[in-house]
Design a protein around this ligand. Structure first.
Ligand SMILES: *Cc1c(COP(=O)(O)O)cnc(C)c1O
Length: 350
């Protein structure tokens, strides 16, 4: 007998990221007894079932299980571009800010960052940027959007808003990729199927190891031909695994049991926002739409580092740089934990 002690081996409540979620005992049981095979040869039944389940959920013909969303995004870019191409993304896109320069290193593409409210890009901004063919210019190839958009505040991009920009992109000859690492938070918050939110895009990434609670993994979905190409790059990038069913099972369990409960995370973020906003000098930056909450603490007179350190002394970990702090709600923090975080912040930031 083992005990996973899911909530006992940490000395603080971890609001720093939804990647902090740990597999629950039922998930661990399911993983322990998952049938496995050699996934590099397509023979792992659990990986295959996860891929089919995820493809259906995302409304795409095929899907590929990968070690991380970072790899999923990088493969999506590599499979849909050639070196020297230009890729358009939001100025605060994860692929640009937090993936180690992967697009330049792994695909040889140049990123063209664009501004935009809530993480979307206005169709006119795209039209005004993508230039017609000329041998002087990089070849325009791919548009990447992110839903929810992390840096902009876990914002939800509606189907209407993304379709307008993906329609413009197609008129300009571009392919469209969606970094939907937290797409299910967007789907649950807006009451729109993930398949609908993913429909305007040729390819879509979904993270299994954030709010969904699996320990490892991500999904890349799209057309059969795209997934065949993506499988090649999975191998080249060293992501092709063997008895991967043991970890894919965590993702399969998550898709079966942990989607609807994302609504709790979204409402816990609202509750936390309400509590923190009452502290003098704290401003929501912006008000949360899903499970990511950003607060600006400049008005408290504390530095970001000080504010974080004081909170940690009181058993609450958040993240962020400078005066903009990030709190993320997830499977491992309850509504009572949110109350504890509010009380700690009231005391810490007085
Ligand atoms: C976390 C995240 C990623 C990367 O996910 P990993 O699985 O940690 O590699 C990519 N895009 C967005 C929007 C994310 O939030």
């Amino acid at each position: 007998m083992y005990t996973s002690s899911a909530t006992t081996n940490r000395s603080f409540l971890d609001f720093s990221s939804d990647t902090a979620t740990r597999p629950t005992d039922p998930m661990r049981q399911f993983m322990a007894f998952a049938p496995v095979g050699d996934d590099q040869r397509g023979e792992d039944p659990t990986v295959n079932e996860l891929q089919e389940t995820a493809a259906t959920l995302l409304g795409k013909p095929a899907a590929l299980f990968l070690p991380s969303s970072t790899m999923a995004n990088q493969i999506a870019i590599r499979a849909q571009t050639r070196p020297g191409d230009e890729v358009y993304c939001h100025e605060f896109a994860h692929i640009r800010l937090y993936e180690g320069g992967g697009p330049a290193l792994l695909s040889g593409v140049q990123l063209c960052p664009l501004p935009g409210n809530s993480g979307n890009i206005a169709p006119d901004a795209l039209r005004g940027t993508v230039r017609p063919y000329d041998p002087h210019y990089a070849r325009p190839r791919l548009l990447c959007l992110e839903n929810t958009n992390n840096h902009m505040g876990g914002t939800v991009l509606s189907h209407e808003a993304t379709s307008k920009v993906t329609d413009a992109a197609r008129d300009l000859g571009l392919t469209c990729h969606l970094d939907g690492s937290r797409l299910l938070n967007a789907a649950v918050a807006s009451g729109v199927f993930a398949s609908v939110l993913a429909a305007p895009f040729e390819s879509v990434t979904l993270c299994l190891s954030k709010g969904l609670g699996a320990p490892v993994g991500a999904i890349l979905a799209g057309e059969e031909a795209f997934i065949t190409e993506a499988r090649h790059w999975k191998h080249v990038f060293g992501g092709a695994m063997r008895q991967a069913g043991i970890i894919a099972a965590g993702g399969l369990f998550a898709l079966r049991h942990n989607i609807e409960r994302l609504a709790e995370d979204n409402s816990n973020a609202q509750k936390l926002a309400h509590g923190l906003a009452q502290i003098p000098g704290v401003r929501l930056d912006p008000a949360p739409e899903t499970n990511l909450l950003f607060v600006n603490i400049a008005g408290t007179g504390l530095s970001g580092d000080e504010a974080q350190a004081r909170l940690l002394e009181r058993g609450i970990r958040c993240s962020g740089g400078g005066e903009r702090l990030r709190f993320v709600t997830h499977l491992d923090v309850s509504a009572a934990d949110v109350d504890a975080a509010i009380a700690a912040a009231k005391d810490a930031w007085r």
